[in-house]
Design a protein around this ligand. Sequence first.
Ligand SMILES: Cc1ncc(COP(=O)(O)O)c(C=O)c1O
Length: 384
Amino acid sequence: MKKIYLDNAATSNPKPPSVISAVNNYLQNICSSPGRGGYFLGLEAGRVVFDTRQKLKQLFNAPSEEYVIFTPNVTYALNFALLGVLKPGDHVITTSMEHNSVIRPLRYLEQTRKIALNIIQCNKKGELDPEQIKKAIKPTTKMIIMTHASNVTGGIMPVETLHDLKEYTDAMLVVDAAQTAGVLEIDFKKLDLDFLCFTGHKALYGPPGTGGMVISPRAAKILAPSVHGGTGSRSDVELQPDFMPDKMEAGTPNTAGIAGLNAGLNFILEKGVENIHQHEMQLTRTFVNGLQQIPGISIWGPKDMDKMVSTVSITVEGRDLSELAFSLDADYGIMIRSGLHCSPLGHKTIGTFPEGTLRFSFGYFNTEEEVIYSIEALNQLTAD
Ligand SMILES: Cc1ncc(COP(=O)(O)O)c(C=O)c1O
């Protein structure tokens, strides 16, 4: 049986061969502590890390390399932004389509630091009215944080409207780009963001354990480190250095992962973000059109190719979703996710809580043939 991986919203698979060789090459020929030793290999490791920062700076139009910070994934980046900025009494605005990596730290800070939280309700398609954000702004608003695209519906959020809010507030603007980095053009400076949090193992095609954030110079000034320790710099002082990126990068980084991420970034820069997006959206269009012919299937979210990335959530009338996901894997070799994709609020918003959805998410390596095969599999399974 052929195997078809359609869970790219969770992590991309396969990785480009160049990513695998870059990790192998790093482990075999370089593996050493970056910036800690004056010997050749240490310098080489430091070069890999710096070169990757430069590529991320290029991809996201970051203010400078020092404001590109590596973390183990986007969850850490989001936690670093939230825990490192918010203080008791601060007001935060977010949306009802967020992943738990935003909602859980916010709920934690509500309990422990008494922050005030406004969760703007999106409509049944998961769409946000930016006017609602504007109306929720208060003098104490310290941060506005939203996902760039929902991992449940694939719906793109209006992050380009965030900078208009600067007229009304000096709140920090934070975007969770877990689902968009690598498939949508993101211009950090043009969007006028303070934090762009990204993960390396999804559409950036890097290995798991990679991610980070781009921050603005004003965010760099106020951001407190959540982790303290060795950086290989200012080893004469007992406090965390106050300069970026060292302030936020204590401990030995995942250099093998970063080497792989570097190759993933090369892959994206060579193919072109727009070309990758177009290919994935062509597959999504074929899939959505095919599903619309199958009785009993509901598609959740915008269903409009201009308003989404390549993630499609469905339910099937009268059918248990985990059983369907199991059969798709066991009988057809199709790997997808079922349930509540770490976004209970998102599911409540679109009306699929607590059962969740079957989520299909396409990546650059999927083909039209695989999509047609998946539609046929759903056709047969739902007819049973
Ligand atoms: C929108 C969104 N935010 C955050 C995350 C968390 O990603 P990671 O596990 O890489 O930290 C995900 C991944 O599932 C996501 O889709």
